[in-house]
Design a protein around this ligand. Structure first.
Ligand code: BG6
Ligand code: MG
Length: 212
């Protein structure tokens, strides 16, 4: 395959913020007396904040009004942002920085395609605010993964056709989004290793360097 660009998901691929999403949802769920665990959390990977909340509320013993739902999502985001204020370059996942540097050396374009509205904050915290040729995130899109919108936007901003892009994802929703967008996809991490539909299943992000 000819790969001219790599589009990285952010949470759980470049940086370990997926853990902080889990902890923030867990705190909110415990306060509300709603069952929440790692299995449910895996369904939230790649999914927008409000859609994640709807998945969590499947286990709630009462219904919540639209205003209450907004308040719950904001509460979770407040807890999450408290963790983000502590995020440092050390929180990058093993091999992520080397992969970015090596792709740049090889002249492969790189982008972020993330559902998170906190993407700009996270990139700044880890010192990668200017590292990517394009960033498409939760602030730019109407439909979150598994819709391909965020990846198609990233590819358009890079000026590379979808079929020449490789998406790197830790979420099944992201794998499906990449496929729907006509892109190649490598799944990484625990969730990624179980993805049936990905073109490649890798433990670490730097393994993509052997594919390109
Ligand atoms: C994705 C995460 O990257 O961003 C999801 O995998 C999260 O778990 C989504 O819900 C939205 O994030 P945020 O920061 O806008 O609440
Ligand atoms: Mg992710």
């Amino acid at each position: 395959m000819t790969i001219k660009a790599v589009i990285f998901d952010l949470d759980g691929v470049i940086v370990s913020t997926d853990q902080y999403h889990y902890q923030a949802w867990k705190k909110m769920s415990d306060e509300e007396g709603i069952k929440f665990n790692e299995t449910i959390n895996n369904r939230l990977r790649g999914v927008s904040r409000m859609e994640s909340l709807e998945i969590i509320l499947e286990k709630a013993e009462r219904t919540y009004t639209p205003e209450e739902k907004i308040a719950l999502a904001e509460r979770k985001n407040t807890y999450y942002r408290e963790s983000l204020s502590e995020v440092k370059p050390d929180d990058m996942l093993p091999g992520a920085k080397h992969t970015i540097d090596e792709l740049k050396k090889r002249g492969v374009k790189i982008a972020i395609g993330s559902s998170s509205k906190n993407t700009p904050t996270i990139l700044k915290q880890i010192g990668l605010a200017d590292a990517f040729d394009a960033v498409a995130d939760g602030n730019d899109i109407t439909h979150s993964k598994p819709d391909p919108e965020v990846f198609l936007l990233a590819a358009e901003r890079l000026g590379v056709p979808p079929e020449e892009c490789l998406v790197v994802e830790d979420a099944e929703a992201g794998v499906q989004a990449a496929i729907a967008g006509g892109m190649n996809v490598a799944a990484v991490g625990d969730a990624g290793l179980h993805s049936q539909d990905a073109d490649y299943r890798l433990e670490r992000v730097d393994e993509i360097l052997d594919l390109i």
